[in-house]
Design a protein around this ligand. Structure first.
Ligand SMILES: Nc1ncnc2c1ncn2[C@@H]1O[C@H](COP(=O)(O)OP(=O)(O)OP(=O)(O)O)[C@@H](O)[C@H]1O
Length: 445
């Protein structure tokens, strides 16, 4: 969704620009004063249109004092008092355009549209990626979603196989009926595989205190996603094959057959052909699972996806954390210059980390640099990770700050809220450089 920040104190001009840009598919936030705009800016916008003379100051002057990240957004200035000098200076400082009133609205719309759209025209509903390889994979996913055929997704760890499986589930006719049950076959202990897959009756074995429905049963009416399917034991492969053929199985300790009707999607980062040749993966199970095979290439083979994925993930992270986030073009350039050996997963955790460490709601290069502190020199710039202690300290700092806010700056109440002694709280505040701002205002105890 494209978003526009409009800074304009003239009600007629403001109203008409809001209406026009909403018609163009923008969500528009309209501020009448610079002070209001300063509060709104960190939320992140695709573009900014600003009048120059506002009741509380000159927008061009204010703009030049903004942090680089905020100046890197496409800014368009409108003024009735056009001065060439002003225009040149503002554009030099990073503004996109400077228009003198009366201006051609169609030209403004075209420029703002162009500036706030990604370089490539991306289908609005892309989920997996915009590179040719991912578009092809996504087209296939959308095609097979409507049919009940089993799908095998292949690709390196972290490329987005589970995201693709969820998309198939969502688009399939069964969506909304049954659940999406994801099983990481590598994470189920061998001794518990049967019990976890098929479920068990109370007292079926020592420790079976109550009846338990297994994965296959819980997927009834929905989708069973078997991740790392190559890690199933030989015995489990045989039992799963039977259950898939008969669409039924027995809970452990039961003689009553249980029926379950689910769609099966499997995923692997292994070469199952090699496993079959080595005799560790059953061919009959392979052909049952891999009626349709969809391969997802690693991120290094589709650099076109990095910008798109970064924007998408940042939006998702902002929603999850309830924190509006924006990023500067410099930050994006930094992200795009890295090689993501761990694929989309590594990119996602890098962004999560950068968001946690960012103070201002904007990811700028210094934030990224913080995350590089722990990077192993051997790893180079790829996949930089902050050391754990830095993350823990940051989390502690934030938590203490919010507890102080909640208690109005009372150290006693804050220490109680946090379940630590006053002394510990003081020591931590000192070490973590947490100022008791609320207390400093004289409200604390
Ligand atoms: N197209 C995408 N859009 C948004 N996030 C994505 C996308 N693809 C992958 N991710 C994110 O990257 C991470 C890894 O994705 P996913 O779990 O789907 O990978 P995978 O191939 O199943 O990995 P593994 O083989 O290790 O299980 C997840 O956090 C996921 O949300």
């Amino acid at each position: 969704m494209k978003s526009l920040l409009l800074i304009e104190d003239d009600p007629i001009m403001g109203e008409s620009l809001v209406q026009r840009f909403e018609l163009e598919g923008f969500t528009v936030q309209w501020c009448r004063r610079l002070a209001e705009a300063a509060e709104a800016l960190p939320a992140g916008f695709s573009a900014v249109i600003s009048d120059v003379r506002l009741t509380d100051g000159l927008a061009t002057q204010w703009f030049m004092e903004l942090p680089t990240a905020q100046r890197e957004l496409p800014w368009f200035f409108l003024t009735g008092y056009g001065s060439v000098n002003d225009a040149v200076a503002t554009v030099r400082a990073g503004a996109r355009e400077y228009l003198t009133k009366p201006f051609d609205i169609e030209r403004l719309v075209a420029m703002v549209q162009e500036a706030s759209s990604p370089a490539t025209t991306v289908p609005e509903d892309s989920v997996l990626g915009i590179s040719p390889a991912m578009r092809h994979a996504e087209a296939l996913v959308r095609k097979v979603a409507k049919q009940r055929v089993p799908v095998l997704l292949t690709g390196e760890s972290g490329v987005g196989k589970e995201v693709a499986a969820q998309l198939i589930h969502r688009l399939g006719e069964r969506a909304g009926q049954g659940e999406f049950i994801a099983v990481n076959c590598a994470a189920v202990p061998e001794t518990m595989m049967e019990a976890e897959f098929f479920g068990y009756e109370k007292n079926a074995f020592t420790g079976a205190a109550r009846m338990h429905r297994g994965y296959l049963e819980r997927a009834d009416g929905g989708t069973l996603f078997l991740d790392e399917v190559g890690e199933l034991t030989a015995s489990m492969q045989a039992k799963l094959l039977r259950a898939l053929q008969e669409r039924s199985f027995f809970r452990l300790g039961s003689e009553k057959v249980t029926r379950s009707d689910f769609r099966i999607i499997a995923a692997t980062n292994r070469d199952l052909h090699a496993d079959m040749a080595a005799g560790t993966f059953r061919e009959d199970l392979f052909y049952r699972l891999a009626v349709i095979r969809i391969g997802l290439p690693p991120l290094r083979e589709r650099p076109e996806d990095i910008r798109w994925l970064t924007e998408r993930m940042l939006q998702q992270i902002a929603v999850e954390q309830g924190r509006p986030m924006a990023m500067s073009e410099a930050f994006m350039r930094d992200v795009m210059a890295r090689t993501w050996k761990g694929n989309a997963r590594e990119l996602r955790s890098f962004l999560e980390e950068a968001v946690v460490l960012s103070e201002a709601g904007i990811l700028d290069v210094p934030d990224a640099a913080v995350t590089q502190r722990g990077a192993s020199p051997v790893e180079g710039t790829s996949g930089a990770f902050a050391p754990l202690h830095a993350m823990v300290e940051e989390a502690e700092r934030r938590h203490i700050r919010s507890a102080l806010e909640r208690t109005g700056g009372s150290v006693i109440k804050t220490s109680e809220l946090l379940g630590i002694s006053r002394k510990t709280l003081w020591e931590k505040m000192k070490k973590l450089k947490v100022d008791n701002e609320v207390r400093a205002e004289g409200r604390g105890t």
